[in-house]
Design a protein around this ligand. Structure first.
Ligand code: CA
Length: 248
């Protein structure tokens, strides 16, 4: 290989997006890893939760693909621990497909999930969507946004209300920004799903329910009786600039 070609390869590896794959089934993990490398990603593989946490602290991957069925630390718990350490997108792989389990995974801080078996093309499309969302978050450095009592800090990627500040994951940030940008306006479910997750998610209302619940836990005095991020039944959600108590 010529020096010039070597240089190009090194640059490519240096700039490559890095992905940590956490999966205990070796054949499956290797196959996934090899395929992602062919697509140009830098890949780290972990066979257990402990290994994943170790590689995570050493390598700081840009994205994590996480199987739910793992020995030692299970996938839900690992997801929760990783989410405390990073806002990098987490994609869950699961053989479980009950809505409750998937919502549970999103609740533990995952950004998206895929149910096994899935095609490589499907996985690649999800990874690209997650990376787009994460990049969107970082590159949109503009003035801070506000909707009345609720403020978003671009610098720390946090939502602030009455002095309380919470750092948001890329997906939380995208959704919260959308509400703040359309302060006081009702945003329909399908529009939010299409804008934040992508057109193919327009009917996946559970994503929105989980994320709205998470945002409410950051901004609402009582998340069970929301006064800022309010539901319009059958239509969508609205973010009010000040507490808004719906008439009984
Ligand atoms: Ca497994």
């Amino acid at each position: 290989m010529s020096d010039k070609r070597m240089e190009v390869c090194r640059m490519h590896a240096k700039n490559a997006v890095s992905i940590l794959i956490v999966e205990d089934e070796e054949r499956y993990r290797r196959l996934l890893g090899a395929n992602l490398q062919i697509e140009g990603y830098e890949v780290w593989e972990a066979a257990s939760g402990h290994e994943a946490l170790q590689i995570f602290s050493d390598r700081k991957p840009d994205l994590i693909v996480l199987d739910l069925r793992l020995p030692e630390i299970d996938g839900f718990e690992l997801c929760r621990r990783l989410r405390k350490m990073t806002s990098a997108p987490i994609l869950i792989l699961t053989a479980l497909n009950t809505e409750a389990d998937l919502i549970h995974a999103l609740d533990f801080g995952a950004d998206d999930y895929l149910t096994k078996p899935f095609s490589l093309q499907e996985l690649l499309a999800r990874l690209r969507a997650l990376l787009r969302r994460a990049a969107h978050t970082v590159s949109e450095q503009s003035a801070d946004l506000a909707c009345g009592d609720i403020m978003l800090s671009e610098e720390t990627r946090a939502v602030m209300i009455h002095g309380r500040s919470t750092r948001l994951t890329p997906t939380e940030w995208s959704l919260m920004s959308e509400f703040v940008l359309h302060c006081g306006k009702v945003l329909p479910h399908d529009r939010l799903l299409g804008k934040i997750w992508g057109p193919e998610y327009r009917n996946d209302h559970e994503y929105l329910r989980v994320y709205v619940r998470r945002l409410r836990s950051y901004i609402e005095p009582n998340p069970k009786r929301p006064v800022y991020l309010v539901t319009h039944a059958g239509i969508g959600y609205v973010l009010h600039p000040s507490p808004h108590v719906p008439p009984d």
